[in-house]
Design a protein around this ligand. Sequence first.
Ligand SMILES: NC(=O)c1ccc[n+]([C@@H]2O[C@H](COP(=O)([O-])OP(=O)(O)OC[C@H]3O[C@@H](n4cnc5c(N)ncnc54)[C@H](O)[C@@H]3O)[C@@H](O)[C@H]2O)c1
Length: 266
Amino acid sequence: MVQKNWTRETVRGRLSGKVAVVTGGAGGMGRAASILFAAAGAKVAILDIQQDAGENTVSEIKAAGNEAIFISTDVTNTEAVKAALAITVETFSTITNLFNHAGTIIVKPLHETTDEEYRRLMDINATSAFIVCRETLKYFIKYGGGNIIITSSIGGEKGFGLESVYCMSKGAVLQLARTIAVEYRDYNIRANAVCPAFVKTDHGLREIKELDGLGQNWNEADLHAVQGRICEPDEVASAALFLASEESSFVNGVALYVDNGWYSKG
Ligand SMILES: NC(=O)c1ccc[n+]([C@@H]2O[C@H](COP(=O)([O-])OP(=O)(O)OC[C@H]3O[C@@H](n4cnc5c(N)ncnc54)[C@H](O)[C@@H]3O)[C@@H](O)[C@H]2O)c1
């Protein structure tokens, strides 16, 4: 296992003066990014449905001497998203960054997937990104710029069996990042996507287990063949930090694969 030991010293100042909204920041990669962004100097607003986990993340950020708030928000609900962004601005005076990360997965053969499951997954993964990005863009336009990162997946461009609706949703959000980059460049707004392979989070571990249960075996050797080893949440967070910071000022509309070469390998 690769352990990243972020200290305030190593990342200090990379997001100083920034106010970052992180959806799905209560768990997994969103949590890792919230902690890292805050250590880098951003004030962080975590929007998630998991109240206890979200508040724990905020406590950890505050214990390190950094700033964050948790706002219980279902990102599929437009009014809840509007209210959460308004609270963020009331609390921190502005919004400069969005990490649109909240999402989930259904592992199921396409021909057994119900309309309800399809709509629910597209709602959580794709419609929520539309709502959150649209509402955040209104603030970015008002404040003269901003930065968006959307979590897509290696499944945003590759096809994976038993994950057809998931891949659809991740392709949709990848295209959303690209089109925002094109449409809003002249507003001083950048948008990029991170595309992780298997990551050691609740989502990633459940995905592997469910694929195994349906006969697609993902043991260590299989993972090794495609991506070397499982990815740590911190490794996606640090890729997101690069995209969120001014260090990537001319990087706009890219899909940043965090996959140890899987996509390139074909
Ligand atoms: N883990 C992987 O292997 C992997 C790989 C590629 C992409 N992803 C993407 O990462 C995201 C999943 O995150 P994770 O792997 O960090 O796992 P995770 O399950 O730990 O985190 C997902 C977070 O999103 C939150 N969330 C879910 N639905 C929500 C809603 N309606 N409103 C607000 N918050 C909601 C959850 O409460 C949770 O905190 C998804 O977008 C997924 O497509 C994951």
